[in-house]
Write a protein that binds this ligand. Structure first.
Ligand SMILES: [Zn+2]
Length: 215
């Protein structure tokens, strides 16, 4: 895969599209909207060194994904989980597993770098992990939920973050089993987030705010 991109500009004055394209393109010189010739504006290298190193070892966090059918959502959670040093993902119920190629594609390979398990009944899996000492944190909007950006003094590790179905949310019995229910404070007119976006915000808060990792 090419590690540099070109920014090109359409020569047609009534079009003016500005767009990126890989430098090793074969047919990329024509505007994708109007097919006119294009100028090369600039080239951008995508080789970036990862200079971040955590100030201390990240604490143990695992994730339980219950009944998330969308392969795209599951893949996105895998990708975020890899970035946030999640040690294991537990897939439950009708959740699409990385055996589905779309999960792998969306995860950009993270579904092979993060260990995962599958079970049909999330409540049994959560009960087992709780007996092993996990602190269960369900991500859901309820009357008992506390903001993930609040103090959370009772949180202890290892943590199991529980996310549920895109429409129906976290299973009531999983909520009952949970030690705490967290949510993301909403400022806009829409009162909810996509599940993988909410997960990304919650785990970032846990890693960099509560776990005090410096970036
Ligand atoms: Zn054009």
């Amino acid at each position: 895969m090419s590690s540099s991109y070109e920014i090109r500009l359409c020569q047609n004055p009534s079009c003016g599209l500005r767009y990126p394209i890989k430098s090793d393109h074969e047919f990329g010189l024509r505007c994708p909207l109007c097919l006119s010739d294009t100028y090369l504006v600039t080239t951008r290298s995508l080789e970036v060194e990862n200079n971040y190193s955590p100030s201390k070892p990240p604490q143990k966090i695992e994730v339980l994904i219950d009944n998330i059918r969308s392969a795209w959502n599951v893949g996105a959670i895998f990708r975020t989980a890899d970035a946030m040093f999640v040690s294991r993902i537990h897939l439950c119920g009708i959740t699409t597993t990385p055996d589905n190629p779309t999960v792998n594609k969306t995860a950009l390979g993270a579904s092979s770098s993060v260990v995962w398990t599958y079970s049909r009944n999330a409540v049994e899996t959560a009960r087992q992990l709780k007996s092993e000492g996990f602190h269960l944190l369900a991500l859901e909007q309820t009357n008992q939920s506390v903001s993930v950006f609040s103090e959370l003094p009772e949180v202890k590790y290892p943590i199991l973050i529980i996310v549920g179905n895109e429409v129906t949310g976290v299973d009531p019995d999983l909520l009952s089993l949970s030690d705490q229910i967290i949510d993301i404070p909403m400022l806009g007119k829409k009162r909810s987030l996509n599940v993988e976006v909410a997960f990304g915000i919650a785990i970032s808060a846990l890693r960099y705010y509560h776990n005090q990792l410096s970036g």
